[in-house]
Design a binder for this molecule. Structure first.
Ligand code: TA6
Length: 289
């Protein structure tokens, strides 16, 4: 269902027929909301989010492409999050079950070629699964005559009861780059990550599965990624973010599927695929122990 969202921006609503839904803005190709069958928000949108291009939308799942953060010459986090994407009616086939979905595409424009001189097609499938899980499949194709590299992340603002009441697990003994210390490299020996101040780390070559355990809600968000070896964990806490409400940091954590340390290289005609699957389950069933 295509409709108008905030400030008349086009959005697509995908429903699973049982009350669950996901909303995707063509601006940014950005998931802005994901609700379970009870209508609960599983993602956070900033109370001060700006829905006015060219500002990126603070919340949901921004797409950071073709550059993660300020790791290269492009504007921070690249440009995909502030471009208008299109619906693609007949994308090249992808395995899919009988889930509800929408396919979007972003193609390099002449203007983009001035700052990043590579022809590409970025296909995004947003899919609500039968169990209420949300899957984003990214396919980036080099439609140019020369190879290119890119770095990348999907940046979900996961809703939590309270940032002090959660932990992130699955990253023990993994090296990370500390973004608060000029990306200094360290190793995390902690069994879990807890939050009591700003944290901004790029974990390198992580397991595919990372869990956010919400003690207060007794729920676990399971993040499963493929094709992107790194994972960014971020909460700004006291750090001033102009389009984030002062107390908003309490309500979210980002656990991002990313390819940062080793850029992805594509030869002419080659395509890369990355998957991010997210589900929320009762904590008792999720420990996997
Ligand atoms: O992925 C974490 C991060 O790179 C942080 O350093 C933080 O600044 C955040 O993304 C948000 O970036 P933005 O450009 O949206 O303000």
């Amino acid at each position: 269902e295509r409709t108008k969202g905030i400030n008349g921006l086009d959005k697509i609503i995908v429903r699973d027929g049982r009350g669950g839904s996901v909303e995707v803005y063509l601006y940014g190709g950005q998931v802005a909301s994901w609700k379970n069958v009870k209508g609960e928000d599983l993602l956070v949108m900033s109370s001060k989010a700006i829905f006015e291009p060219p500002a990126p939308i603070r919340g949901g799942i921004p797409i950071l492409f073709p550059q993660y953060s300020n790791t290269g010459p492009l504007p921070s986090h690249g440009f995909a999050r502030n471009r208008f994407w299109e619906i693609e009616a007949n994308p090249p086939p992808l395995p899919s079950n009988c889930s509800s979905k929408v396919d979007l595409i972003l193609r390099s424009s002449n203007d983009d070629m001035k700052i990043w001189s590579h022809k590409f097609e970025y296909r995004l499938r947003v899919e609500l699964g039968l169990e209420g899980d949300l899957t984003l499949t990214s396919r980036v194709k080099n439609s140019d005559g020369k190879p290119f590299n890119f770095t990348f992340a999907l940046h979900p603002y996961f809703a939590v009861s309270d940032i002090s009441e959660i932990h992130v697990e699955g990253l023990q003994n993994i090296d990370f780059l500390d973004q608060q210390k000029n990306r200094m490299r360290s190793t995390d020996h902690g069994k879990v990550i807890t939050f009591n101040s700003q944290l901004d780390r790029i974990y390198l070559s992580t397991p595919d599965k990372i869990r956010i355990v919400d003690h207060k809600k007794k729920k676990t968000i399971v993040v499963h990624k493929e094709g992107q070896v790194d994972a960014v964990v971020w909460n700004p806490w006291e750090k001033k973010v102009s389009d984030l409400g002062v107390e908003d940091y309490r309500r979210f954590v980002t656990v991002e599927s990313a390819a940062v340390e080793k850029p992805i290289t594509l030869k002419p005609g080659e395509e890369w695929k990355g998957i991010l699957q997210m589900s929320v389950v009762p904590s008792a069933c999720s420990s996997g122990k």
